[in-house]
Design a protein around this ligand. Structure first.
Ligand SMILES: [Zn+2]
Length: 412
């Protein structure tokens, strides 16, 4: 029995989802001079609240330490840019946005999404706590507040007449340590007939797709529709529609509004369907979480066996990407440079550094052509088609792509 309590409802947390041992912060990329220094490891052990069913990790570090300086720039992923463009086009059409509307995005990163609203003549405001990333947005002409979002900032926006007709938050809810403060901020920042659009990785996909590597310390919460609807209800917000998206291995895009908005009384058909799916999968019962640990151990053993076989046969397995999820997998499995001598990443902010914990060097993508590995393990498996296209020259020397989630697969 742990002493931990639930972030939403305060109940004691006794049920384990999966124990991934200990690992350093997944975004703690090391510089060469850091290699002679120790790294702090934290337990990586999400628990399930048996009262409100939030799956969660305790916050070991302050948001300032985790997100104050961030190395993830959304604009470095072509697929993610295309996702942003499609969302903006759809939202402008469906919600009739124009030059008199106001679009606010929480955790707006480098402005990759808001730039498409701006291009269409819709006024925008970004909110991004990582100063280096916010600066990149400002350089593009996207007005951006370098702040953490919560009830206080929501109130400030309301008081200064900057409530949002469209309030966006993509992949931020899982990173929020205080869900009540954040949700209250959303309610205050939303115009009376405004629409709230949030996207977050879906817990159902995590469990059914064995996506245990999406568990890392920056992700405090692993969300289902069931939990978000409950949280919203406590703050006068209502989900009226939901879409399932393929992004990040399977995400939800929820459409929400104030509980007094007429749309709140008209839940869409697909919303009702998803509520039922989650119940059928057991997300509101202990049984829904019972097999995950054993399945994750099997995945780890499969990847280790593959790497050891290749090593003994004298073949080289390199990796592609330096995403946080790769760090979870590599550190859980105890894999280091002896089994994967290097990884490559397109982001110049990561090149020349080392993965936390595993200390595998991160090189530029050109290193693959220069060193001709026999296999390329794609760590960001959610981008595998994009990466296969980018690195197609691997096949020129008989190299093959490998993914390890949801099962070990050598791709044809
Ligand atoms: Zn709870």
């Amino acid at each position: 029995m742990s002493h931990l309590t639930c972030r939403i409802c305060g109940s004691p947390l006794a049920l384990s989802l999966v124990d991934l041992g200990t690992s350093p912060l997944a975004n703690g990329y090391l510089r060469p001079e850091d290699l002679e220094r120790p790294e702090v490891h934290y337990p990586l052990h999400p628990r399930v609240c048996e009262s409100c069913w939030l799956v969660q990790l305790p916050a070991f570090e302050t948001p300032e330490a985790l997100f104050g300086h961030y190395l993830y720039f959304s604009s470095f992923s072509d697929a993610w840019l295309a996702h942003g463009r499609a969302l903006a086009t759809e939202a402008i059409r469906d919600f009739g946005l124009g030059s008199r509307s106001h679009v606010v995005e929480v955790a707006s990163n480098d402005g990759y999404l808001l730039q498409y609203f701006k291009e269409a003549g819709v006024p925008v405001l970004g909110i991004e706590p990582a100063a280096n990333v916010a600066q990149a947005a400002t350089d593009k002409g996207i007005p951006t507040l370098t702040r953490f979002f919560g009830a206080d900032l929501g109130e400030e926006l309301a008081q200064s007449g900057r409530q949002a007709d469209l309030l966006l938050g993509l992949n931020v809810l899982a990173h929020v340590p205080d869900l009540h403060d954040f949700t209250e901020g959303l309610r205050r920042a939303l115009a009376p007939r405004g629409t709230l659009v949030l996207e977050f990785p879906h817990l159902l996909e995590l469990i059914q797709g064995l996506q245990f590597d999406t568990i890392y310390h920056e992700h405090f919460s692993y969300l289902s529709l069931l939990v978000v609807e409950r949280l919203f209800a406590e703050h006068g917000l209502t989900v009226f529609d939901v879409q399932r998206l393929p992004t990040h291995g399977g995400s939800l895009r929820i459409h929400g509004c104030g509980s007094a908005d007429p749309r709140a009384a008209l839940p869409s058909e697909r919303l009702c369907l998803l509520r039922r799916l989650e119940r059928e999968a057991g997300l509101d019962r202990k049984e829904g979480y019972a097999r995950f640990q054993a399945q994750v151990w099997d995945l780890k053993n499969d990847l280790l066996a593959f790497l050891l076989d290749q090593k003994r046969a004298g073949r080289v397995v390199a990796a592609y990407g330096a995403p946080a999820k790769g760090n979870t997998f590599l550190n859980f499995a105890g894999i280091g440079p002896d089994l994967i001598p290097f990884t490559v990443d397109r982001s110049p902010h990561k090149q020349g550094r080392f993965l936390p914990g595993s200390r595998i060097p991160i090189l530029a993508p050109e290193a693959v052509a220069a060193r001709r590995p026999d296999f390329l393990l794609i760590l960001p498996w959610n981008l595998r088609e994009e990466i296969r296209e980018q690195m197609d020259h691997l096949r020129g020397w008989g190299g093959r792509f490998v993914t390890a989630v949801p099962r070990l697969e050598v791709l044809a």
